[in-house]
Ligand binder design. Structure first.
Ligand SMILES: [Zn+2]
Length: 61
């Protein structure tokens, strides 16, 4: 997902409060790093906007 700008990643991370937006696990309490996930996948016509992105842990992603 290198096509996402760092600014956009930071916005999503900030909005989510550094938690997985599905299970609400905080970054400090999960293994690995929270990832930026597409709510509507690009393959299905999703876009790279803040609205279509969420923060997710590896289990939820
Ligand atoms: Zn999660």
């Amino acid at each position: 997902m290198s096509f996402l700008t760092e600014t956009l990643r930071q916005k999503v991370r900030q909005r989510a409060g550094n938690r997985c937006e599905y299970c609400l696990s905080h970054q400090d309490y999960i293994m690995g790093r929270l990832q930026i996930d597409h709510i509507q996948p690009l393959a299905k016509g999703g876009v790279n906007t803040e609205d279509n992105l969420c923060l997710a842990c590896e289990l939820c992603n």
